[in-house]
Write a protein that binds this ligand. Sequence first.
Ligand code: BYC
Length: 333
Amino acid sequence: MYTQALNTRDQAAPSADSEQDARFQARVDAELKIEPNDWMPEAYRRTLTRQISQHAHSEIVGMLPEGNWITRAPTLKRKAALLAKVQDEGGHGLYLYSAAETLGTSREEMVDQLLSGKAKYSSIFNYPTLTWADIGIIGWLVDGAAIMNQIPLCRCSYGPYARAMIRICKEESFHQRQGYEIMLALCRGTPEQKQMAQEALNRWWWPVLMMFGPSDKDSQHTDTTTRWKIKRFTNDELRQKFVDATVPQGHYLGLTFPDPALRLNEKTGHWDYGEIDWSEFKRVIAGDGPCNRQRMKQRRAAHENGAWVREAALAYAEKRKARERAAYAEAAE
Ligand code: BYC
């Protein structure tokens, strides 16, 4: 999708030159895109590599809780839609790794960081999918939260990330609708099905609110990334937008939210919500959530089992290169 050549760090060496920094910030302020070969502060490169690679890892790990349900989807239609959705997520991971590679870190390095536990991925994918209703919830709420967070990223100052996000958001929007449609079918179904939908909402609501990251007062990166126009809204702003959009959708389904403090604030027009359990969030991102170990074990196994594919692809590329070289040599004679 993007250049195959990696930009080396020397090409964009960090500079103590504040004029260079000021020129960079002026470009960002003028809403001009920063492209891979443009000069950028080393910290901008680092933070983008961190965010884009974490995002890519989240897509790849995010395939696991849903992939678990492909063989158990209740109908052929549901199975086909879920298969397509999980494939889309694999695709999103690949565009994002490509976008991150343009900043000078290879995909192999990023994957190693994931598998060694050094790199983070979204907290939400460390929760189990216990029933079919969880698949509806992932589409409705997890993809709904992802869209809320990702639409502003389509205007991110870094060109390759912004462009990747445009396509990703279109697909996420389909994912969100398929999830809501599953929820609608369950809520209009038997009392047992509605109960299953309610229990899934009870389990996922708080972890989904945590997806937006720590509250603004605890967010380490927001100030800088907002100045660089990577982030356009703070974590709390996006969380509030999500709650405002989602609560009426839940009420339309006839479901209740597991938060006694949830109420429409007549003065602000926003839904007020209760305190998030940040100790749970910290535990999950530190590796001690309900499924962290299982997810990493599955990813490591997938990586090892896929080694022969990588080797075969490399061998094929070498063979093609050798054939091309031979053809040139013959033509030059
Ligand atoms: N989980 O300073 P902060 C998807 C970390 S994919 C884990 O606010 P930032 C989907 C954060 O990394 C969903 N870690 O950070 C896929 C930082 O730690 P480090 C993923 C989290 O970057 C398949 C520390 O906490 N989406 O939706 O300004 C199927 C302090 O946070 C989380 C993206 O990646 C978390 N939830 O803001 C369905 C979107 N939250 O790195 C759906 C792009 C925070 O310093 N990313 N942390 O060690 C972003 O927009 C931002 O990176 C975040 C965090 C809003 C997530």
